[in-house]
Design a protein around this ligand. Sequence first.
Ligand SMILES: NC(=O)c1ccc[n+]([C@@H]2O[C@H](COP(=O)([O-])OP(=O)(O)OC[C@H]3O[C@@H](n4cnc5c(N)ncnc54)[C@H](O)[C@@H]3O)[C@@H](O)[C@H]2O)c1
Ligand SMILES: N[C@H](CO)Cc1c[nH]c[nH+]1
Ligand SMILES: [Zn+2]
Length: 428
Amino acid sequence: MMIQILNDDFKTLQQQVTKRQQQTANKPEIEAAVADILAAVRERGDAAVKEYEAKFDQVELDDLKVPQATIDAAYEACEPKLLDALKLAKRNITSYHEKEITHGFIDAEQPGVIRGQKVLPLAAVGLYVPGGTAAYPSTILMSAIPAKLAGVDQVVMVTPPQPKGINPAVLTAAKLAGVDAIYQVGGAQAIAALAYGTEQIPQVDKIMGPGNIFVATAKKQVFGQVDIDMIAGPSEIGIIADAGAEPDQVAADLLSQAEHDRLARPMLVTDSQALATKVAAAIEKRLQTLPREEIARASVDDQGFIAVVANLDQAFTLMNQIAPEHLEIQLPEPMTYLNQIRNAGSVFLGREASEPLGDYVAGPNHILPTAGSARFFSPLGVEAFVKRTQFVQYTKDALSNEKDAITTLARVEGLEGHARAIESRFED
Ligand SMILES: NC(=O)c1ccc[n+]([C@@H]2O[C@H](COP(=O)([O-])OP(=O)(O)OC[C@H]3O[C@@H](n4cnc5c(N)ncnc54)[C@H](O)[C@@H]3O)[C@@H](O)[C@H]2O)c1
Ligand SMILES: N[C@H](CO)Cc1c[nH]c[nH+]1
Ligand SMILES: [Zn+2]
């Protein structure tokens, strides 16, 4: 099989895209399996967590927490080249996310009235770091750095156990980013443990981070018990390119995300039939030498597509409908198209901005909304780790000025007690 090339009229293309989106978003069998896992962990705590780890990750666990000595040893043994790369990524992620810090305000514009807002860090957050088919040290930096910049007290991390112990690069990144505790638990059982708390794993206020379909579905289901950052499931890349784009580079970028997961979605929208044909051939050629060919091929064949449209306006309309996690604009003068993009997690402008640049070192976050949720979710950032509280203080004169408005509104709502509470301040 090759990547599907869709050549239909624009309306049909739009319908096809909507249908694919719905198939990605609704998977009743996964919803049911995840609900069972959540219920078991809620009822039986660590015993259930350990059973699922034996079943899904083939690891028998006793202690779930990774000892500090193991983390320190991994850091000490880390190759200088890797440590330098992690430090470079940390610097760029920090300098980008520092700009997101907000401080609240106090407003004393009206006589006798003080109004304000405080920005407060969350007390405890849980970071999910994927680890099923690949290790993700970069993802730790992407979630722990904004957490620390926000001032979160307790930053705990969960990641699937490995038969030979957690990957040392993951432990090194966690130490570099200042993670407070690491638990070797993955999948829906990890999300359940963070949401409900178990004997060994603390309950948190909010769960952040990406993962596969089981993780993303579990986060959706525990929302309400705890907060979540977003739905950050299997990776996606959308590319808008014209006849001038380099087909081999377009293919390489599509495969960079296809190799994450069999359910990853590589998507090209172009106004050039010639480019579409060349990219499809280049994908086939590149797949043959890709170490993760099996995963990437499943993603390309089952989830991927190239849509050929009549013009670039249609290309942007279709991409805004898809709302991809990553969007590459491989067009001349790419910055001039920024205003046409409404729905995308992260935008990569121009030929040199290949998506993996953003995965590792550019600085903007790589934890991003998927499955069309970029319509309403934003990239992970400092604001996800804080909450706001507001306050007011009035003098009696200032309250007197507003008294009639308050009592009028209260009585219109039939809430006499509200009106009388205000009036009680003015009774002798
Ligand atoms: N959107 C983003 O911001 C972003 C960023 C990085 C990675 N990702 C995505 O993260 C994902 C990483 O996936 P992964 O699988 O490598 O790691 P993962 O840690 O997300 O998932 C592995 C876990 O899935 C569970 N699992 C596997 N098969 C199961 C089954 N049949 N039933 C129940 N549970 C099962 C296991 O518990 C296992 O520990 C990919 O989809 C990748 O695209 C997304
Ligand atoms: N592309 C992923 C987000 O979808 C992030 C990542 C981490 N490592 C490599 N890639
Ligand atoms: Zn990636």
